[in-house]
Design a protein around this ligand. Sequence first.
Ligand SMILES: NC(=O)N[C@H](N)C(=O)O
Ligand SMILES: [Mn+2]
Ligand SMILES: [Mn+2]
Length: 393
Amino acid sequence: MEDAGLRTWVDQMGNVHGRVEGPNANAEALLLGSHMDTVVDAGKFDGSLGIISAISALKVMHDNGKLQKLRRPVEVIAFCDEEGVRFQSTFLGSGAIAGILPATTLEIPDKRNATVREILKESSIETTEESFLQLKYDPKSVWGYVEVHIEQGPVLEQVGFPLGVVKGIAGQTRLKVTVRGSQGHAGTVPMSMRQDPMVVAAEQIVLMESLCKHPEEYLSYDGRCSDSSVKSLSSSLVCTVGEISTWPSASNVILGQVTYTMDIRAIDDLGREAVIYDLSNRIYQICDRRSVSCIIEHKHNAGAVICDSGLSSQLKSAAYSALKRMEGDIQEEVPTLMSGAGHDAMAMSHLTKVGMLFVRCRGGISHSPEEHVLDNDVWAAGLATLSFLENLQ
Ligand SMILES: NC(=O)N[C@H](N)C(=O)O
Ligand SMILES: [Mn+2]
Ligand SMILES: [Mn+2]
């Protein structure tokens, strides 16, 4: 960032900022960025590509003298925690900037009961509730937020296009389900007398899969969801159990407790809420029938986001000019697509208008070491960011 001529600082949540005021320091700023954190066993493009694209475009402008001609201040933010894997939270960095997180966020514990505040302190960042709340940007000081990110899906590769403009981002809910049964000896308790939470969790997870594959067969609509919601739900609804933990985890002991996560997403918020309502009821019914106890905690909820049409059309033109600079004239229309993955833009949409540019990734694979982006597509992402900045209103 400093190499690109930006003023840099690290804030009280560990977000890394680089900013250039330009000649109109009082104008509303354009924010660019993405997240520095990754999931476990991740690829190297998820998040980081957006940060590098922004910095490299500004470095080009620094080197060719255009940086000081920008119409408005431009700030790159590398967000500290978007995935939310460690604290089952998500958007900790962008949420603090957008002002959508309570100060109690600092007390959220990780699996080892170390809180956000303690982890920040380990990185010599002393954060208080007051300094945390002061991270919120004034909406009047921000013009918009743009994020470049790998698609993490197969569409751009299928249509043979390196870049795409994001129409909107699916809403998401993260649940934590805890099932408590009767712990016992694996060798002595007859099957008919068991209250085994592992078997209950297994039945609930299989039910979740079939409900999410065929919601129309399960959801008893009370008129809250129109037919179109059901159709859009079926095409976009995805549910994942990504984590499961057991106690006491010994091979000759009938478990006392099983805890698992549920990640539920859909383009239609009403439909997603209807799924969660219906699925929760069915989970409780299974527990009642099997005489075990069940707790469902809502750990995270983010509504679907529609990207700003003005930013999207500027990103579309920027993608065109990038590809023209690389390949000469192009005939096809720059694709627009929905995002099933969540992004910092969801949090930033509470602060300002947002736009996103997707970059093709091999096989649509992400959240895996197999994640890969062609060099030319990385180049296209940087050129598109540069073109967006050169034509900044
Ligand atoms: N908050 C999130 O949604 N994080 C990731 N980007 C995800 O899609 O899971
Ligand atoms: Mn991710
Ligand atoms: Mn990401």
